[in-house]
Design a binder for this molecule. Structure first.
Ligand SMILES: C[S@@+](CC[C@H](N)C(=O)[O-])C[C@H]1O[C@@H](n2cnc3c(N)ncnc32)[C@H](O)[C@@H]1O
Length: 231
């Protein structure tokens, strides 16, 4: 896959993608080996909101940040570090950890950004953070219970959870599964339509959205049925 240069706040991030890192059990290539378009969209959205300065709740200066399912790239978490976060932890499954570390080092961010293995749903907790980032992790409704458990261990009362996703036929099922676990949804961006640049054969354009997950007791307003919005 090689190396990509991605501009963040006037500086370039150097992102190394992995080739052929396979699951030792299934033999399938790990999806976190490369950057997904959702990561680019979340990173861009964070830059835009940080630069607009009209919404202080999106200011990352001095914040602690964890990225779940960061893949080998960790682009949203690295972007948070570039935007002033005081501590960032990039997490994913073990086979992607070396790739994440390489990207932290390549961008000289190791004084702020740390890398940890974190499998959703396990007892392992890395403590509470100000902000949780996720991109393209809503692909398997059966995994959402485990993800919700990890989210709860990373969230205090004031934690903000920002997620970007491609809107696929099963996205609504994933969000409904998270709602069952107590997380509501507030959309932060209008759906963005882009030509897909990711791996695999060139596909048609697709829709993406950035939103905040909110623990339902704090949500104020929770959409009544995700399937109404997400198909
Ligand atoms: C589609 S990839 C997205 C990678 C990256 N966030 C991006 O947008 O470029 C989904 C990521 O979720 C991670 N993931 C899936 N299930 C997981 C689990 N149970 N525990 C931890 N990470 C998981 C995968 O390893 C993979 O890196």
């Amino acid at each position: 896959m090689g190396v990509r240069e991605i501009s963040v706040g006037g500086k370039n991030l150097e992102i190394h993608e992995l080739e052929n890192v396979c699951d030792t059990v299934t033999g399938r290539v790990l999806t976190g080996s490369w950057i997904w378009d959702s990561a680019l969209i979340l990173s861009q959205w964070m830059m835009n909101t940080a630069q607009s300065r009209s919404q202080p709740e999106f200011d990352l200066t001095g914040k602690t940040v964890i990225e779940l399912g960061a893949g080998a790239a960790g682009l949203p978490g690295l972007t948070a570090a570039m935007l002033g976060a005081s501590r960032v932890v990039l997490t994913d499954i073990e086979p992607l950890i070396l790739g994440l570390s390489r990207n932290v080092e390549a961008n000289n961010l190791d004084h702020v950004v740390h890398v940890r293995k974190l499998v959703w749903g396990t007892d392992e907790s890395l403590g509470e953070f100000d902000v949780v980032l996720m991109s393209d992790v809503f692909f398997d409704p059966d995994q959402m219970g485990a993800l919700a458990r990890t989210l709860k261990s990373a969230c205090g009362d004031l934690t903000r959870i920002w997620a970007a996703t491609e809107i696929r036929p099963w996205t609504g099922n994933c969000l409904a599964a998270l709602a069952d676990q107590g997380f509501g949804l507030v959309e932060l961006s209008d759906p963005v339509c882009v030509d897909l640049t990711g791996p695999g054969p060139k596909q048609q354009s697709s829709s993406f959205a950035v939103f905040s997950l909110v623990k339902q007791s704090d949500a104020g307003h929770v959409p009544p049925a995700f399937s109404d919005f997400w198909g």
